[in-house]
Ligand binder design. Sequence first.
Ligand SMILES: [Zn+2]
Ligand SMILES: [Zn+2]
Length: 136
Amino acid sequence: MCNCKELPSSVVNISMSYAFRGIELQGVKLFPEYFNGLDSERFEPELSYEFEHYRCKDCGQYWYIFLDSDENPSPWFCVKYRDRGYEPSKGEIDAEKQFLTILAHNGFGSGNCRASKCSNLKLKGKELCHLHLSLP
Ligand SMILES: [Zn+2]
Ligand SMILES: [Zn+2]
C-alpha cells in the first residue's frame, strides 16, 4: 500500500540528503510528514532516470519524482500534481524545494546569509539561506 493520500503536496526523504544527514533539524521533528518520503513502490512508468513524471499504481496519484542515484533508484524529492497536463513547471518545483528547505529548518534565524552579496536571512541554526543550502 502507498502513502500518497496522507502526504502533503511535496515531500523529501531527508535521510537521503547527505548534506543534512546527522544534523538535527527542528522542522523535521515538527513536520515529519514532509520529510519521510514517498512509500509507494508501484509506479507507471517504472522508476528510471528516463522519466520525471509518474503515476502511483495503487491510488492513481500523479507525482513529479526526483530519484536518488542508486542502481535501483528510489524517490528522493516528490511533488504532487493533479492530472496529466498539469505537470509542475521548473519554477513550481523550485518553489517546493525552497519551501521544504525553510520548513526543515523551522524558518530563519536572525542575521544574513554568509554567501557574498546575498541579503536573505540565514536558515535557523545555519549560516546560509535556503538558496545557498537547498534540499534535496
Ligand atoms: Zn499512491
Ligand atoms: Zn544566501
